[in-house]
Design a protein around this ligand. Structure first.
Ligand code: ZN
Length: 469
C-alpha cells in the first residue's frame, strides 16, 4: 500500500512533536496518514508511515493529539449557533461559513430522537466533526451539544464522550392543561416569596404576580425546576465536566409567558443552578424547517421582555427550531443585542436534499415519492401542518424545476420529517434503498452541498445581524 497514490488535503497537514499527520483521499476513501509510533490504528505504508482509517479509535487519538479537533464549551460566547448535522457531512460547508462570521458554531448537535431515527451514535456524531475539522484545519473553538436530553443515562453518555453542552429537556416534567381554575393550592413559601411585590428586571420592566398566575405557574413548572436542580447537582455542580448547561422548556403546547420565564429563572438561580442559556417556548409557532407562523407584533413585544430577563439573570436566550425563521431573525438579533444561541437542524438536511435535486433528479424523484408514501407514519414524531395537496407532482416537473420544491413549505416539511425513514429504508436483500446512493452523491459532489449550506445558513446569520470578520 502506498499513500503516494492519495491526494493530500492541504489544510490537514499538521505536526505533533515533529511527527507528520495529515489526511488524504483515494477515490471514495479518505484516510489519515501518520508517522509510525503515534499510536494510530491502521496498516503500515512501509516507509515509517501508517495509513489509518476514519474509525472511532483514531478520532479519539486525533482529539488527544490536536486539541482543536475536540469540542470546547462555546455557549457562553456572545453568539453561538447550533448546526444539527444528521448526516455527518455538513461540517465542511459549515466551516466555510464560521471561518468568516463572528459567531461560534456547535457543529455536533443531536437529540436522542435524531440518533434513533438515523441509526447513529454520539460517537459517530462527534467523530464526523473531528475528522471534518482536522481535514479543513478549522482552529476556532466549536461545541458539541447533547441536545434535548431527558434522562440520567443519556446525560452521562454525552458527558462521558466529552460533549461540551447539555441541553436538558424538561418538557416531560412541565404540566400541561393547568389553568388558574384547576391549579392546586399555592404552597405558602411561594406566596411569601412572590406575592404583593414588584420585581424590577431593569430596562424599565418589572414583573408582578397575582395569586392565580403564581398558583398556575408553580403547578406548571414546579416539578421541572426540581428536575433541573437535581440534574445540575448530579452532573455539573462539581465542575468535573467542562460542559455548559442549557435549560429547555420549549417543547410544550403553551407558550412560556414572560412571568413564567421570570419564575423559572428565579427558582433555578435560587436553587444554585448555573446555566448558560434558557430556551422558552415562544408565542406563535416555530415549526420545523419553515418560517415563523404567528403574530409578529406580539412576538416582538414578548422577545423584548424575554431578552431583558436573560440580561437581568445573566444568561443567554436560546432559540430552538431556529431553522428558516427569517421573519423574526432581525428582532431576535436586535432585542438580544446580538447575544444569543440559535439552533438549527432540519434545514441542514433539507439543503442536502436540495443538492440531490440539483445533481441527480432521478434519485431525487425516487426519494420524494417514497417520502410521500410514508408521510403519515412520520407525523408521529413531528408537529407540522403540512398540506400534501400543495406539492406539485414530481413526475410533471422538469428536472430544473425540482430544486424550487425547497422553496415550497409543504414540500420542505414532507422531506424534513421523513429523513429517518428515507435514510434507513432497506430493500428485500438488506441493502439500503437510498442511503448509499445519497452518500455517494454527497461525497462526489461535495461542493454542491457546501455551496447550498453557505448560502442558506449564511442567510440566517446575516438576518440575525452577525457580522463577517
Ligand atoms: Zn427545543
Amino acid at each position: 500500500m502506498n499513500y503516494q497514490n492519495y491526494i493530500v488535503f492541504d489544510k490537514s497537514v499538521n505536526k505533533t512533536d515533529g511527527h507528520d499527520v495529515f489526511m488524504a483521499r483515494s477515490g471514495a476513501e479518505t484516510v489519515i496518514v501518520a508517522d509510525d509510533g503515534l499510536g494510530f490504528t491502521g496498516k503500515s505504508a512501509g516507509d515509517g508511515k501508517v495509513i489509518a482509517p476514519l474509525c472511532h479509535e483514531n478520532a479519539v487519538l486525533l482529539r488527544r493529539l490536536f486539541p482543536f479537533t475536540a469540542p470546547s464549551p462555546v455557549l457562553r460566547k456572545e453568539r453561538s449557533f447550533g448546526l444539527g448535522d444528521r448526516l455527518g457531512i455538513a461540517t465542511f460547508g459549515h466551516i466555510q461559513l464560521f471561518e468568516r462570521y463572528d459567531a461560534y458554531p456547535v457543529f455536533a448537535q443531536q437529540s436522542i430522537r435524531e440518533l434513533t431515527l438515523t441509526n447513529r451514535t454520539y460517537e459517530d456524531v462527534l467523530d464526523a466533526v473531528t475528522f471534518a475539522v482536522f481535514r479543513e484545519g478549522f482552529k476556532k473553538p466549536w461545541g458539541a451539544d447533547g441536545d434535548h436530553l431527558k434522562t440520567v443515562k443519556d446525560v452521562e453518555y454525552a458527558l462521558s464522550l466529552g460533549f461540551t453542552m447539555i441541553t436538558l429537556d424538561c418538557s416531560e416534567h412541565i404540566k400541561s392543561g393547568v389553568t388558574v381554575q384547576n391549579a392546586p393550592p399555592l404552597p405558602p413559601a411561594y406566596a411569601q416569596k412572590y406575592l404583593g411585590k414588584s420585581f424590577d428586571i431593569g430596562e424599565g420592566e418589572s414583573i408582578r404576580f397575582d395569586e392565580g398566575e403564581l398558583r398556575q405557574t408553580v403547578a406548571i413548572y414546579g416539578e421541572a425546576i426540581a428536575f433541573a436542580v437535581d440534574m445540575y447537582n448530579r452532573f455539573l455542580k462539581d465542575g468535573k465536566y467542562a460542559a455548559d448547561f442549557e435549560i429547555s422548556i420549549d417543547e410544550t403546547n403553551e407558550p412560556t409567558t414572560p412571568l413564567q420565564h421570570y419564575f423559572v429563572a428565579r427558582e433555578l438561580t435560587d436553587g444554585g443552578v448555573k446555566f448558560a442559556t434558557l430556551a422558552p417556548r415562544f408565542c406563535g409557532e416555530f415549526q420545523k424547517g419553515i418560517d415563523y407562523v404567528g403574530d409578529l407584533a406580539q412576538f416582538d413585544k414578548e422577545i423584548k421582555i424575554h431578552s431583558s430577563l436573560t440580561r437581568h439573570f445573566g444568561y443567554k436566550l436560546s432559540i430552538h427550531s431556529g431553522s428558516d425563521k427569517f421573519s423574526v431573525f432581525p428582532s431576535i438579533g436586535r432585542e438580544t443585542r446580538g447575544v444569543f444561541h440559535v439552533k438549527t437542524a432540519g434545514t441542514n438536511w433539507l439543503e442536502a436534499m436540495r443538492a440531490v435535486a440539483v445533481a441527480d433528479p432521478a434519485l431525487y424523484r425516487a426519494v420524494h415519492r417514497y417520502a410521500l408514501s410514508v408521510f403519515k407514519e412520520a407525523t408521529a414524531y413531528y408537529h407540522v401542518t403540512t398540506n400534501l395537496a400543495n406539492i406539485p407532482d414530481v413526475g410533471q416537473l422538469k428536472d430544473d424545476a425540482l430544486p424550487a420544491l425547497f422553496d415550497n413549505n409543504d414540500a420542505r416539511q414532507l422531506i424534513h420529517i421523513t429523513y429517518g425513514l428515507i435514510l434507513t429504508k432497506k430493500n428485500a436483500d438488506g441493502t439500503f434503498t437510498f442511503k448509499d446512493a445519497l452518500y455517494n452523491l454527497w461525497r462526489d459532489r461535495e461542493s454542491v452541498y457546501n455551496d447550498a449550506l453557505v448560502r442558506h445558513i449564511g442567510k440566517h446569520l446575516d438576518l440575525l445581524g452577525v457580522k463577517q470578520i
